[in-house]
Design a protein around this ligand. Structure first.
Ligand code: MF3
Ligand code: CO
Ligand code: CO
Length: 276
């Protein structure tokens, strides 16, 4: 997701929101989204106790290559990996490495691929072994928050409507919405205008129009919404060390609603619910 302060810099995110051609762009986004979602489907069979997050990264990279796609994150602002692996109190941008999964962990895997010039960007939560109830609930609420945000997307609605749908539900379930990171326009560009805030007021913000392409990727915490970035320059964690969860889809605004490009071909949209 975009780092709000970073993308607020004028040279990165100013200007009009692109309205993409319905045929071409949507076909491209469908193909890219399907590969990204297929990659997360494959990983659902690999997340278990004893597996290192770096191993999941290797498998994801190989999957993308095998499907004619490339990872968008490698060399993106100096990032070196295919996926982000964000465990427990890590909010986002966790770096894959030697950390081995343990029973009770909750893990977000976020993958972005480029296929035929188009970006597919999606993430899901995975549970490892016996996941505590409160962690399971957080993942359930986060998935539902994403889907409520998506349900608010249609021509004539505003970005504030979308943010409000997520925030009002999340807060009614006693979770908090991270403010520092947001969704983003995407297409041939990885992080484009507009910023998609996961909080907001009905009727405010930019009006949605057919042909807009963007991600929705709410991060919800069990405790306070405050986050900080570790010294590695990437890993964002909750300041109070409370658990955090995230789900992400890439979507497009259609004439009468929304199309999700990153739905799971295998029906594994909620891998966290597969946990024991
Ligand atoms: N996939 C993330 C997003 O949702 C971006 C990860 S940052 C990177 O926008 F450096 F890892 F690419
Ligand atoms: Co994203
Ligand atoms: Co992502």
């Amino acid at each position: 997701m975009n780092y709000v302060q970073a993308v607020a810099a004028p040279e990165r995110n100013i200007g009009r929101i692109k309205l993409h051609d319905r045929q071409d762009a949507f076909a491209g986004m469908r193909a890219a989204g399907r590969i990204a979602a297929g990659c997360l489907d494959m990983l659902a069979g690999e997340v278990r106790e004893g597996v290192a997050t770096g191993r999941l990264d290797d498998l994801a990279r190989q999957y993308l290559f095998d499907h004619g796609a490339v990872p968008a994150c490698v060399f993106y602002r100096g990032y070196r990996h295919t996926v982000c692996t964000s465990l427990n109190h890590v909010v986002c941008h966790g770096i894959p490495g030697e950390r081995v999964l343990r029973s009770g962990d909750i893990l977000n895997i976020d993958v972005t691929c480029v296929f035929d010039g188009w970006h597919g960007d999606t993430s899901r939560m995975y549970g490892v072994g016996d996941v505590p109830r409160k962690a399971q609930r957080l993942m359930d609420v986060t998935y539902e928050a994403l889907m409520r945000g998506i349900a608010a997307v249609k021509p004539g609605a505003t970005l504030g409507d979308l943010g409000h749908a997520i925030q009002s539900y999340a807060e009614s379930e006693r979770t908090s919405v991270v403010r520092e990171f947001c969704g983003h326009g995407l297409g041939r560009v990885f992080h484009d205008a507009p910023n998609i805030l996961h909080f907001g007021k009905p009727g405010q913000g930019e009006e949605l129009k057919p042909g807009m392409l963007f991600t929705i990727e709410p991060m919800l915490n069990l405790g306070s919404p405050a986050v900080k970035v570790l010294n590695d320059g990437w890993t964002a964690v909750t300041k109070d060390k409370s658990l955090s969860a995230q789900y992400e889809h890439s979507v497009g605004v259609t004439e009468d609603g929304v199309e999700i490009f990153t739905q799971s071909p295998a029906g594994l949209d909620r891998p966290h619910a597969l946990a024991d």
